[in-house]
Design a protein. Structure first.
Length: 292
C-alpha cells in the first residue's frame, strides 16, 4: 500500500469497514436461528477457534512469530470474549430490536471512554455525529422496551465493544501486526469459550448440518474477514469514525430483511438509517473554530 495515496487509503479503509458492518448486519438472523441447535458459548468457541486456525496457517506460512506480543492479544481477547458471550447469550432472552439498539449504544461509550480512559477530548462535530447516530438508532430499532436479563447482558457487551474498538485502535496505531494479533485473539477466545463449556458441562453437539454450515460461515466471514479488515482499517481511520460506520450494522440488517428476507418496507426504520448516514457524513466535517 506504499504507493497508494493517503486519500485512497482512507477510502479503502472506509470501504472495508462498510463491508464489516454489512456482513455483521446480514448474519444477525443466522446467529438467532443457530441458537436453537447449538449452545451459545459452544458456538462462540467453534466460531473463533475455526477462524483462528485458518489464520494460523497464514501466520505460520509467512514466518510470523506466533507468541510475539501475546500480552496485547490476550487483553483484546478478553474484551472480545466479554463482548460475544454476553451478546450471544442475551439473544436468547431479549428481542432482536432490543439487542440491536443496546449493542448500538457502543457509539455512546466510544467518546465517553475516549475522554475518561484515553484522555482525548472528542471534537464538537464528533460528539454531534455520535448523538445524531444514537437518535437514528432509536428510530430504526424502536428503542428499548421491557428490560430483562438479556438486555443487561447486551449492555455489558456494548461497553466491551467500545473498549475493544479503542484498544484495537491504540495497538494498530502503534504498528502491531493486524494479522498476527487477530490470529492470537481468535484462538484465545475460542479456547476460553470451549474451556468454559467444559467447566459448565455444556452440550458440545451441533443438532443439524445446516447449523454446522452457519457456524462455518460465521467463522470465515463475520469473524475472520471482518475483524482482520477492521484491524487493518484502524491503522488509518479514527476510532469515532469506525464506531459510526459500525453503527450502520442494524441499517444493513434492515436492508437485508427488506430484500433477501422479503419483509415489508418500514418508513420509520429507513428514516433512522438516514440519520445514521447523516451522522457519518458530519463526522468527516471540521468542527467550528478548527482548521480543515
Amino acid at each position: 500500500m506504499a504507493n497508494i495515496s493517503s486519500k485512497s487509503k482512507v477510502i479503502l479503509a472506509d470501504a472495508g469497514l462498510f463491508y464489516a458492518a454489512a456482513i455483521w448486519g446480514a448474519t444477525f438472523i443466522l446467529v438467532k436461528t443457530a441458537l436453537a441447535d447449538i449452545d451459545a458459548v459452544v458456538m462462540v468457541g467453534y466460531r473463533f477457534l475455526l477462524a483462528g486456525s485458518v489464520l494460523l496457517v497464514y501466520v505460520l506460512v509467512t514466518g510470523r512469530r506466533l507468541f510475539e506480543g501475546l500480552g496485547r492479544a490476550f487483553a483484546l481477547a478478553i474484551m472480545l470474549w466479554f463482548l460475544y458471550i454476553p451478546q450471544t447469550l442475551g439473544l436468547k432472552y431479549t428481542t432482536a430490536s432490543n439487542s440491536g439498539f443496546i449493542t448500538g449504544l457502543f457509539v455512546m461509550f466510544v467518546p465517553l471512554f475516549l475522554r475518561t480512559i484515553f484522555k482525548r477530548r472528542p471534537t464538537v462535530m464528533e460528539l454531534t455525529a455520535s448523538f445524531i447516530s444514537l437518535v437514528g438508532l432509536w428510530i430504526l430499532t424502536g428503542g428499548l422496551r421491557d428490560i430483562n436479563i438479556g438486555d443487561i447482558l447486551t449492555l455489558s457487551a456494548a461497553m466491551t465493544y467500545a473498549l475493544h474498538l479503542l484498544y484495537s485502535d491504540k495497538y494498530m496505531k502503534a504498528g502491531i501486526d493486524p494479522f498476527l494479533i487477530s490470529c492470537q485473539q481468535f484462538l484465545i477466545v475460542g479456547l476460553l469459550s470451549l474451556l468454559t463449556a467444559l467447566i459448565l458441562d455444556l452440550p458440545w453437539g451441533i443438532a443439524t448440518v445446516k447449523t454446522g454450515g452457519i457456524v462455518v460461515f460465521l467463522a470465515l466471514f463475520p469473524t475472520l474477514s471482518a475483524f482482520v479488515i477492521q484491524m487493518v482499517a484502524q491503522k488509518i481511520t479514527s476510532p469515532l469514525r469506525v464506531s459510526l460506520i459500525f453503527a450502520l450494522e442494524p441499517v444493513f440488517a434492515a436492508l437485508f430483511a427488506w430484500t433477501w428476507g422479503g419483509e415489508a418496507f418500514i418508513p420509520h426504520r429507513a428514516l433512522g438509517g438516514l440519520f445514521i448516514f447523516a451522522a457519518l457524513i458530519l463526522s468527516g466535517l471540521p468542527s467550528p473554530g478548527r482548521n480543515k
